[in-house]
Design a protein around this ligand. Structure first.
Ligand code: SAH
Ligand code: SF4
Length: 381
């Protein structure tokens, strides 16, 4: 079977090239062709020896999942649905802002954590993505956007692992993928601009600190164990105190001097002023009296099966005010790409219905790599 070179970080590629009798610098050249230039065709890699290109042609390929659909929002947000085989599909979302371009990517098809308020959680777990499937989302989006925008320089400056799946339950594939993103020969993203978001897999937070300490976001959603266990079942295994202690320890390795705590605002569930005060008290027990976290309040994106509603804006404001007055830096996440359902996990309904995915696969034409592709017309990029 041919090796998919998108599966390798630079060390892995060097080992693969060594197996072909090639020197490590050849791996660096090859890695740059693939990730910096978006090239998948070995015959186009003109500064590689013909003999190496011939060896690669028989032993390797650069294979990304195909795009099932692409939607562009009026606000410039673009969402792709990738076919990862077996009826599974995963999403990635590009969110352009004035000073940066953020890509939100998926780590699993489905998710085993099963959070009450998450549509990915409601569809259950299908499987882990491979490193290649994680990296492909960035590889495809970056080079698609460069072509579409006519840019020769980097378009995506930030990556957040906030698509489908729990990245820390797919650790073995995640870490090489993060290394590809960070590599100067790959995407050259700084550790501050790559964020792993987790529902709280405590032992893997420790390992990430040691192996690849990128920015960390922790999905807290509740100030106490009783409520958090109902919303995020993983809390039964790793309760709030253990999770916040793990955050505290991560700080020593983190690329920034804070951890982001995400808090999804659910109407009448976790959004009272009393709960905000409770949250302030709990967070004050960590970080040695210093400011150590930033709160990111996420308006809940409702879906029928959840039986939950988003908190009204005044309640979100009142909640934020309690936190801010207690000295906690608090932001309320702007909702982007609402017209294309670009919020995390919002494609799950479609994905779960595998027959529909299959149907669409058979009818779908691949997205063309041309500037001003019709699918993107009207997008305010
Ligand atoms: N599994 C990881 C990362 C993917 S989810 C995690 O849970 O952190 C990314 C973020 O989206 C999490 O903070 C999650 O709580 C949030 N989220 C999930 N479903 C949501 C919804 N319907 N509305 C708003 N935020 C949601
Ligand atoms: Fe999984 Fe994150 Fe969704 Fe929870 S919020 S079910 S951990 S993807």
């Amino acid at each position: 079977m041919r090796a998919n070179l998108l599966d390798f970080d630079i060390e892995g590629l060097a080992a693969f090239c060594a197996g072909l009798g090639e020197k490590p610098f050849r791996a660096t050249q090859l890695f740059r062709w693939i990730h910096q230039r978006g090239e998948a065709d070995f015959s186009a890699m003109t500064d590689l020896a013909k003999s190496l290109r011939d060896k690669l042609a028989v032993s390797a390929h650069v294979a990304a999942p195909s795009v099932l659909s692409q939607h562009a929002s009026v606000d410039g947000t673009i969402k792709w649905l990738f076919d990862v085989g077996g009826g599974d599909a995963v999403e990635a979302v590009f969110i352009p802002e004035t000073d940066r371009g953020t890509l939100c990517i998926s780590s699993q098809a489905g998710c085993a954590v099963g959070c009450r308020f998450c549509s990915t959680g409601h569809q259950g777990f299908s499987r882990n993505l491979s490193t290649a499937e994680i990296v492909s989302q960035l590889w495809f989006a970056e080079h698609f956007l460069r072509k579409h925008l006519g840019r020769s320089t980097r378009v995506i400056s930030n990556v957040v692992m906030m698509g489908m799946g729990e990245p820390l339950q797919n650790y073995a594939a995640l870490v090489p993928a993060l290394r590809v993103m960070l590599s100067d020969h790959g995407y050259g993203l700084s550790r501050r601009r790559v964020t792993v978001s987790t529902s709280g897999v405590v032992p893997m937070i420790e390992r990430l600190a040691a192996d690849c300490p990128v920015a960390l976001a922790v999905s807290l959603h509740a100030p106490d164990d009783h409520l958090r266990s109902q919303l995020v079942p993983l809390n039964l295994k790793y309760p709030v105190a253990e999770l916040l202690s793990a955050c505290e320890r991560y700080l020593a390795h983190a690329p920034r001097d804070f951890i982001t705590l995400e808090y999804c605002m659910l109407d009448g569930v976790n959004d009272s002023v009393e709960q905000a005060r409770q949250l302030v008290d709990v967070l004050a027990r960590y970080g040695d009296g210093k400011s150590w976290c930033k709160l990111n309040l996420i308006p809940f994106n409702p879906f029928p099966a959840s039986g939950l509603l988003c908190s009204p804006p005044q309640r979100v404001q009142a909640f934020a005010q309690v936190l801010t007055e207690a000295g906690l830096t608090t932001t309320i996440r702007k909702t982007r790409g609402q017209d294309i359902d670009a919020a995390c996990g919002q494609l799950a309904g479609d994905v779960m219905d595998r027959t529909r995915v299959q149907e669409r696969m058979s009818g779908q034409r691949p997205v063309k790599f041309v500037r001003g592709a019709p699918a993107l017309a009207g997008a305010a990029l």
